[in-house]
Design a protein around this ligand. Structure first.
Ligand code: ZN
Length: 150
């Protein structure tokens, strides 16, 4: 279990303790719910999308440190991005946490999200790390059904 210390890096611990943008967004015009039955993580993602640009984003939910920190860092990364850029960021993040191999350019673009690189060594944690992102994509697509990682 000592490797878990590397996984729970400082940035992840900080965002778990003080999640950013953790609130209900009353003005949201897109929202989706996600659930990871494997771990019990739940998240609701709220988006204000205007002209294809993420004007505001927030989340609510409860889950493990990885899922909470991932949702928090995701919301920080998304403001001002277009929907297409958000999907590109998700693809880079997904490659990172599944050990799919990301290029240096992709890692640069991920910024703080690169803290989740250690997740690749813990396949069971991948769903925790990607739950908020899957939920984001559902919100962007306007899907009404809750997302499950199973
Ligand atoms: Zn979890």
């Amino acid at each position: 279990m000592s490797d878990l210390r590397d996984l729970y890096q400082e940035v992840i611990l900080d965002h778990n303790k003080k999640p950013r943008n953790f609130r209900k967004l009353e003005s949201a015009n897109h929202r989706a719910e996600g659930f990871n039955p494997l771990c019990g993580d739940r998240v609701t993602v709220y988006l204000v999308l205007e002209g294809g640009v993420v004007k505001d984003v927030a989340f609510e939910g409860s889950g493990c440190a990885i899922s909470t920190a991932s949702a928090s860092l995701m919301t920080e990364s998304l403001k001002g991005k277009t929907a297409d850029e958000a999907v590109t960021l998700f693809e880079g993040f997904h490659a990172l946490v599944t050990g799919g191999g990301s290029t240096d350019e992709e890692t640069d673009r991920l910024g703080k999200l690169a803290a989740f690189a250690g997740v690749a060594a813990f396949p069971v944690r991948v769903k925790c790390a990607t739950l908020a992102w899957h939920t984001l994509r559902a919100a962007l697509d306007g899907k009404a059904d809750p997302v499950s990682t199973e």
